[in-house]
Ligand binder design. Structure first.
Ligand SMILES: [Mg+2]
Length: 186
């Protein structure tokens, strides 16, 4: 049970993407990021990218980070409009936590799991999938409480998992250490 729960533990937990230390990630050898869309970069069902997300994407690009939005959305038009506006690649219907979408993203980015970071607001999709694929995972607090009904249900499960995880220590903080640990335990 404990081991299974560990698959949901993010390497980092931040309040918003803007709190991600891009310079530290780059220093630790990360070259790319696969980003969730809804409630990570913008509020759910919105097509308006907040300026904060936009600026953060720009800083990541300036540091040479390769970026791809990997989303479970079934609305490719909305996703590609946002991706185009931000000037990043995208994968839709990713079926996270399953590996297909992430694999597609890695191919687009020309990267490998070892140097790629997954960023998202859901333990059951973004973090589980990223950990499974041996990538460095960063959980962000959902941007807005308004959510898809299915997501609201999975939040109940997440809350339970999160309380168990918190009881056995916080998320990791050291990029490199966590990455190698994750590979060792696979
Ligand atoms: Mg999300």
């Amino acid at each position: 049970m404990g081991e299974m729960l560990e698959m949901f533990r993010p390497d980092q937990y931040v309040r918003s993407v803007c709190d991600i230390d891009l310079i530290a990630l780059k220093r630790d050898g990360y070259k790319a990021m696969m980003l969730d869309l809804d409630n990570t970069l913008l509020p759910w069902a919105s097509s308006q990218v907040p300026e904060s997300s936009r600026n953060w994407i720009e800083s990541a690009k300036e540091l040479g980070m390769r970026l791809c939005i990997v989303s479970n959305t079934h609305n490719p038009r909305r996703l590609s409009a946002v991706a185009k506006e931000l000037g990043v690649a995208s994968v839709f219907k990713a079926l996270k936590p399953r590996p297909q979408g992430f694999e597609q993203g890695l191919k687009i980015l020309g990267c490998v799991p070892e140097n790629t970071v997954v960023v998202g607001d859901q333990l059951l999709t973004d973090i589980l999938g990223g950990n499974w694929a041996c990538m460095y995972t960063i959980l962000v607090k959902p941007m807005h409480p308004k959510e898809f009904i299915g997501t609201r249900l999975s939040r109940l499960v997440e809350r339970w998992i999160w309380s168990r995880l918190s009881a056995t220590g916080a998320h990791g903080t050291n990029c490199v250490a966590n990455k190698s640990e994750k590979r060792d335990t696979k």
